[in-house]
Ligand binder design. Structure first.
Ligand code: AKG
Length: 296
């Protein structure tokens, strides 16, 4: 049975997000953190298609990390790693996802965000729909699970409630000195109503892809780690005119009759949206290209 009650579902529809306390048991969280360590410390090779991304301040030499773990900003696209993928297919997560977007879902993105101490590590306020070719937006949802206590001090998620009812905004580099590649900020955002989501290990927030959100700096000596995936219903349409800056990707169906198959809808809609028009400058495009290159 889904951990999202009708009242919680109403909260999601009204405000664009809902936090489900203690959704994931501690033993799973430990497994995923241990796997991160194995990959980062070179004891297990990154699985095919996985991007292990250094923090920009470490990459620039502005910070000298005290350990390999302190150097990493995130792991992206971990679905070919069976240990991390057990998050993507965790029954409690899938039940909640289906409660929100309907039966039969596929994964469209996965990541483990590390946020080490001593680096900037902030994620500007943005909308995830910027990165996804599928529509309608209501059939997409993010899950984000705290792997350790997540507080204002260590850079918890920040959301702007109700903004999921707005439009997808233009995004760009907010001109911070140390912004990780591929991190963009939505333009013209009023952040005065922001809510900080402090969470305990295993707590999971589900949020809408138009909800404006981001995260703060880690001001502690510890890590702030979270594991996250995006899902959509299988019956979505491709809205982009191009394959987009993040390249060709296969979308794996994780529930329903077609479980294990890949999304087979038509790509590249004629007259559709060119996702590059959502970025405000060619410099921003270069930043996306650099992520793409490292991913190949
Ligand atoms: O975990 C974080 O710090 C921010 C994650 C996020 O907002 C994202 O990747 O879209």
């Amino acid at each position: 049975m889904s951990a999202i009650s009708p009242t919680m579902l109403q909260h999601y529809h009204d405000h664009g997000y809902v936090v489900v306390p203690k959704l994931i048991a501690e033993q799973h969280l430990t497994t995923w953190v241990d796997r991160l360590a194995e990959i980062v410390e070179g004891r297990v090779p990154p699985s095919p298609g996985m991007l292990v991304m250094k923090d920009v301040m470490v990459a620039k030499g502005a910070v000298n990390p005290g350990s390999k773990m302190e150097a990493i900003a995130k792991i992206q696209d971990f679905e070919s790693d069976p240990v991390l993928d057990s998050y993507t297919t965790h029954p409690s997560i899938l039940e909640c996802v289906e409660t929100i977007v309907g039966k039969d879902v596929q994964t469209i993105h996965t990541m483990l965000i590390n946020k080490p101490p001593h680096v900037d590590g902030r994620h500007p306020l943005h909308q995830d729909l910027l990165y996804f070719p599928f529509r309608p937006a209501d059939k997409i949802v993010a899950s984000w699970t705290a792997l350790e206590p997540v507080t204002r001090e260590n850079g918890c998620l920040v959301v702007l409630p109700d903004t999921h009812r707005g439009e997808l905004l233009k995004h760009g580099n907010p001109e911070w000195d140390n912004l990780n590649a591929g991190y963009f900020g939505a333009k013209g955002v009023d952040a005065s109503n922001r809510v900080h989501l402090e969470m305990n290990p295993g707590d999971t927030v589900f949020f809408h892809p138009i909800l404006i959100h981001g995260s703060g700096r880690n001001r502690t000596e510890g890590f702030r780690r979270a594991i996250s995936a995006h899902y959509s219903a299988v019956d979505v349409e491709w809205a982009w005119a191009t394959e987009g800056a993040f390249g060709e990707r296969r979308y794996r169906i994780v529930s329903g009759d077609k479980k294990g198959q890949f999304w087979s809808g038509e790509r590249f809609k004629e007259g559709g949206l060119d996702p590059r028009t959502l970025l405000s400058s060619s410099e921003d495009l270069k930043s996306v290209e650099s992520v793409k290159k490292r991913h190949q």
